[in-house]
Design a protein around this ligand. Structure first.
Ligand code: BTN
Length: 261
């Protein structure tokens, strides 16, 4: 096991109810999570890999996943939840839930860039408008939710492909410091543990407080090719983005968003 992940072996008590499975190279931690669900693993498992050969992002994009430097993890959450007002019981809110946890984790481990760290709808984490982390939530046919999280930690500028160099960043490129991936994972799983009981109302409030999309001018490119430009006003209880554009109110379920300011 890579040295900077070894501390995870001693923190099982602290991250309960989560348990961990740590791998070297996998195709995608989300794929592995799906296979594990099919073979009947319990919920609250975090699958962690050192590298991925077929890391996936939203809309079928590739997620750059070199070994030894970043976090690639997939968290399996339970299918059902006891009370309807609890956010974790509503899978459409899992992207928001995860983005709050990842945003807080980054703010806590790198406080010097905490003010510049925020959430771009629905679940990209940006530092000074550059993407540091992405989240891909997928559901299985049995209704389980897989929360895939990629965070750029110790990648250098040269490790980024040229086309991402301007738009992406890592904790190292923004702070000049190197980080222990295991410590960050531990902090993040504690964050998940602590947010499991949050209500829908509180989650929407906490997400909005960390968002750098709300009240800015955005360009939204919809999956059908339609593009609108308008002011992002907020999110609804399904996690959809509310945008005022072209004299109308748009409720956006899925789109690529650009902040225009
Ligand atoms: C995005 O911003 O497009 C989402 C990126 C999600 C990447 C993570 S890395 C761990 C997990 N496994 C994958 O194949 N993808 C997610």
């Amino acid at each position: 096991m890579p040295r900077d992940l070894q501390c995870l072996a001693h923190c099982l008590e602290e991250i309960r109810p989560f348990s961990l499975r740590i791998y070297g190279t996998v195709d995608s931690t989300n794929n592995l999570a799906k296979k594990l669900i099919q073979s009947g693993v319990p919920n609250f498992i975090a699958i962690v890999a050192d590298s991925q050969t077929a890391g996936r992002g939203r809309r079928g994009r590739q997620w750059i996943s070199p070994p030894g430097v970043n976090i690639y993890t997939s968290i399996i959450l339970p299918k059902e939840c006891q009370a309807p007002e609890i956010a974790v019981g509503r899978p459409q809110l899992h992207p928001l839930l995860a983005s709050v946890v990842v945003c807080d984790t980054l703010r806590s481990v790198a406080p010097e860039v905490g003010r510049e760290t925020g959430i771009k709808w629905p679940n990209d984490i940006l530092i000074s408008e550059r993407k540091i982390a992405g989240i891909l939530v997928e559901r299985t046919s049995d209704g389980s939710s897989i929360i895939g999280i990629g965070i750029n930690i110790n990648m250098t500028e040269d490790d980024f492909p040229p086309e991402l160099r301007e738009r992406g960043c890592s904790l190292y490129t923004v702070t000049g410091r190197r980080f222990q991936r295991g410590e960050i994972l531990k902090e993040m799983l504690r964050g998940f543990r602590d947010i499991l009981g949050i209500t829908v109302d509180d989650l929407l409030r906490e997400w909005t407080a960390r968002s750098c999309t709300i009240q800015t001018v955005v360009k939204a490119s919809m999956p059908d090719g339609h593009v609108i430009k308008g002011v992002a006003r907020g999110i609804d209880r399904e996690g959809r983005l509310i945008v005022d554009a072209e004299g109308e109110r748009w409720i956006i379920n899925s789109a690529d968003i650009e902040h225009i300011r």
